[in-house]
Design a protein around this ligand. Structure first.
Ligand SMILES: Cc1ncc(COP(=O)(O)O)c(C=O)c1O
Length: 344
């Protein structure tokens, strides 16, 4: 199978499997897992924050961040198609009692002026208060789009003017860093907390991390315990994540180049709308111009030919490149696409 549904399908490398088996471990609820402690220190250093907390999933990292930055009844500003809003099961309402104010964007990238205009921080007691701004970088639904540093800086400044923190859902932060050619810390400096995942393009089997100040992470650790996320010999997982950080970042450039190649190939196919010039990282979004069932038919036609893609909306497909997708897989997927579309 050529699996273009997501970069989450990446399997651990041989080095990861060996490191997991050999990891020195202890009880992480007591803070006694040396491999986990090493990972959390390395992760915090990588994004220039004081401290980091391992979590099993990116969703849990975002959940803890949102909870720790806010009080029930508050409002948060978030992009309309953000993962936190659309794909995390309303966790911000369930656990934190928040009302999201969904903002429009350009391919997932918020406009700092729109953010500034929508912050209601100093309001009378009978108005809802904005207490958090969330940004997603890269933006999944926006097609792997990357925040320009100046835009992030302006959003952070607009929020800070009102004393409101910024949380970055950086599930694919290192894709953004590689695309911009800067260290991840240079991006993360424009957020008060940042979550990033080891389990996507970085190929670890499990794991994400939430990073911020020491006080923030101590608070997040308590909430992680509430949601059942206190783990014991979690160093076996951390061992793979350390390899993600040390060895898997620079190769993301290959995924980006292959995504661009895929998008350029898609642009040559009949009935497909795609903007290769907007493919900055490893996610390609495209729309089909044919009738209502065309997408579903294409997905099943591709599956029958050994190619898996995700259908996001009635007429939108998402294709994601990762470590298991070389140029051969890109060209094979394009021929299967052509066969399905020309046969349709
Ligand atoms: C942008 C973004 N944020 C958060 C997550 C959540 O990660 P997880 O699946 O580990 O909960 C994802 C997962 O795909 C994502 O794409």
């Amino acid at each position: 199978m050529i699996d273009l549904r997501s970069d989450t399908v990446t399997l651990p490398t041989d080095a990861m499997r060996a490191a997991m088996a050999a990891a020195e471990v202890g009880d992480d609820v007591y803070g006694e897992d040396p491999t986990m402690n090493r990972l959390q220190e390395a992760a915090a250093r990588a994004v220039g924050k004081e401290a980091a907390l391992f979590v099993p999933t990116g969703s849990m990292g975002n959940l803890l961040a949102v909870k720790c930055h806010t009080q029930p009844g508050d409002e948060i500003l978030i992009e309309r198609n953000a993962h936190i809003l659309q794909f995390e099961m309303g966790g911000l309402a369930w656990l934190s009692g928040l009302t999201p104010q969904a903002l429009d964007s350009n391919r997932g990238i918020l406009d700092p002026d729109v953010v500034r205009a929508n912050i209601h921080a100093h309001v009378p007691y009978y108005r809802m208060r904005t207490t958090l701004v969330c940004v997603e970088n890269t933006h999944n639904y926006g097609g792997g789009s990357v925040y320009p540093l100046a835009v992030l800086q302006a959003i952070h400044a607009a929020a800070a003017e009102s004393g409101v923190p910024v949380h970055m859902d950086g599930a694919r932060l290192f894709n953004a860093a590689v695309a911009l050619g800067v260290p991840a810390a240079e991006i993360a400096q424009h957020a008060d907390s940042v979550m990033f995942c080891f389990s996507k393009g970085l190929s670890a089997p499990v794991g994400s991390v939430l990073c911020g100040t020491t006080a923030f992470i101590e608070q997040a650790m308590r909430v992680r315990r509430v949601v059942g996320g206190g783990m014991r010999q979690a160093g076996h997982l951390a061992a793979a994540c350390l390899i993600s950080l040390d060895e898997m970042v620079s190769r993301l450039a290959d995924d980006h180049a292959r995504a661009r190649e895929l998008a350029e190939g898609l642009a040559r196919l009949p009935g497909v709308l795609v903007e290769p010039e907007h493919v900055q990282t490893n996610i390609v979004m495209c729309r089909l111009t044919a009738g209502p069932d065309a997408c579903a038919r294409l997905v099943s036609g591709l599956r029958a030919r050994g190619v898996l893609v995700s259908q996001l909306t009635r007429d939108t497909l998402r294709l994601v490149t990762h470590r298991h997708i070389g140029y051969n897989e890109v060209y094979a997927a394009l021929s299967a696409l052509r066969e399905c579309l020309e046969g349709a």
